[in-house]
Design a protein around this ligand. Structure first.
Ligand code: NAP
Length: 247
């Protein structure tokens, strides 16, 4: 079985992905930023049933943190063959004409630069060009990349648009080196991220606008991520898979 790293794997979609990967026998590393209790509890849950897992505090936007994270995975779990670039943030809802530069820069630093740094470290390990044996990367983008999020968080939507472009370009760059790169674009998923944007009830408010008439569960996104990582998706690369209830 392989070794997977899920950034922001302590809560929400990341935690659901960690659980599913562990259930399939993968050794899983998860990173987080603030909530050590949630991260430690998930690692304990996996170890309690005989799985291999570790958690490390690491801001994906800080290169030194990213290097330390990947170094620990190398040392404690072994050669990495799956990366999920899941860590992501939104800032409080608002219009562009009220946004300050620090907010915009932080959203792009975490959602976009963080994914670039982690993808770089993964390619340095997985690529046959660097002596690796291949692997798979899934970027957790958003339907916001298509929708633009007017009046809510255009900065977030644009940071996810950049992640889609990373997916398309990197997929072609490393396709001949044993690495597949894909993205999922979740729609309205029931996690705590909406509270961090200032509206805990956002999924309920918008659910009727979704063709499927409900918000999604983190598990429903995790299933798509794990499929894209798996050997069953061996001919799929550069894909942007909407998991958005038709929205
Ligand atoms: P969430 O419940 O807010 O969880 C976010 C996770 O990311 C937490 O584990 C958090 O750790 C971690 N994190 C935050 N900033 C980080 C940083 N700088 N470095 C490392 N880890 C960091 O979010 P979610 O809803 O599951 O979202 C996961 C991904 O799906 C994000 O990329 C998000 O943009 C995307 N997405 C979500 C939705 C949705 O409706 N929920 C829709 C489309 C796309 P701490 O707990 O320690 O802070």
């Amino acid at each position: 079985m392989g070794v997977a790293l899920v950034t922001g794997g302590s809560r929400g979609i990341g935690a659901a992905t960690v659980r599913l990967l562990a259930a399939r026998g993968e050794a899983v590393a998860l990173s987080y930023l603030r909530d050590a209790d949630a991260a430690d509890a998930l690692v304990a849950e996996i170890r309690a049933v005989g799985g291999r897992a570790l958690a490390q505090r690491a801001d994906v936007a800080a290169e030194a943190d990213v290097l330390a994270l990947f170094g620990r995975v190398d040392a404690e779990l072994g050669p990495l063959d799956a990366l999920v670039n899941n860590a992501g943030i939104v800032a409080p809802q608002g219009r562009l004409d009220a946004m300050d530069p620090e907010r915009i820069a932080r959203v792009f630093a975490v959602n976009t630069v963080g994914a670039f740094l982690c993808a770089r470290e993964a390619v340095r390990r997985m690529s046959t060009r660097h002596g690796g044996v291949g692997g798979a990367i899934v970027n957790v983008s958003s339907a916001a990349a298509r929708l633009g999020s007017p009046g809510e968080f255009i900065d977030y939507a644009a940071s996810k648009g950049a992640l889609d472009t990373l997916t398309v370009g990197l997929a072609q760059e490393v396709a001949g080196e044993g690495i597949r790169v894909n993205a999922v674009r979740p729609g309205l998923i029931d996690t705590e991220i909406h509270a961090s944007a200032g509206e805990a009830g956002r999924v309920a408010r918008l659910a009727q606008q979704v063709p499927i008439r409900r918000g999604g569960a983190p598990d429903e996104v995790a299933e798509a991520i794990v499929w894209l990582l798996s050997a069953e998706a061996s001919y799929t690369t550069g894909a942007l898979l909407d998991v958005a209830g038709g929205r």
